[in-house]
Ligand binder design. Structure first.
Ligand SMILES: [Zn+2]
Length: 157
């Protein structure tokens, strides 16, 4: 199971829509081993591709540091599928780095984005339910400035 507040759900979907026509990606933080997402870190797709994603390493380090400074860990990653269903591609499965993570995929194939979550352990994909958590307002916005850099390669924010 993965619990997302309405705020975080909206942040994820907005970042995915903003990344079109390429795939967009970002990281999710929470308690180690937890199922509730406490923070959302939109990241650049270093692959700059419509078919695959690589979380920008600098954005990864920044998100990881921010989460740890709040007593949290990175517990998952999200990315968009621009023209396919919200199911992990063979590349997604091969590149899934951590069996403890939640792999959230947002399909933009239909007019209404669909958000689903999976565990990927040694190549085996298991879908888990996504449930809406109460919006406590406590999670705020880890990166007040939103997606860093934008499309034009501004790395020095
Ligand atoms: Zn994918």
């Amino acid at each position: 199971m993965l619990e997302l507040s309405a705020t975080i759900h909206a942040q994820i979907v907005a970042h995915c829509l903003g990344g079109l026509p390429e795939e967009a990606c970002g990281l999710l933080s929470g308690q180690l081993g937890g199922e509730t997402v406490e923070g959302c870190y939109p990241a650049r797709n270093a692959a700059a591709s419509a078919k695959l994603y690589t979380v920008d390493p600098t954005d990864f380090v920044r998100a990881d540091r921010h989460a740890q400074s709040h007593g949290l860990e990175i517990i998952g990653v999200f990315h968009s599928h621009t023209h396919t269903d919200a199911y992990p591609s063979p590349t997604d499965i091969a590149q899934a780095p951590d069996p403890a993570w939640h792999y959230v995929i947002v399909s933009l194939r239909q007019a209404e984005p669909s958000v689903r979550s999976y565990r990927i352990v040694e190549g085996t994909v298991t879908e888990e339910p996504v449930v809406q958590a109460a919006d406590t307002g406590a999670e705020g916005r880890p990166q007040a400035a939103g997606p860093p850099g934008g499309r034009s390669g501004g790395a020095g924010r």
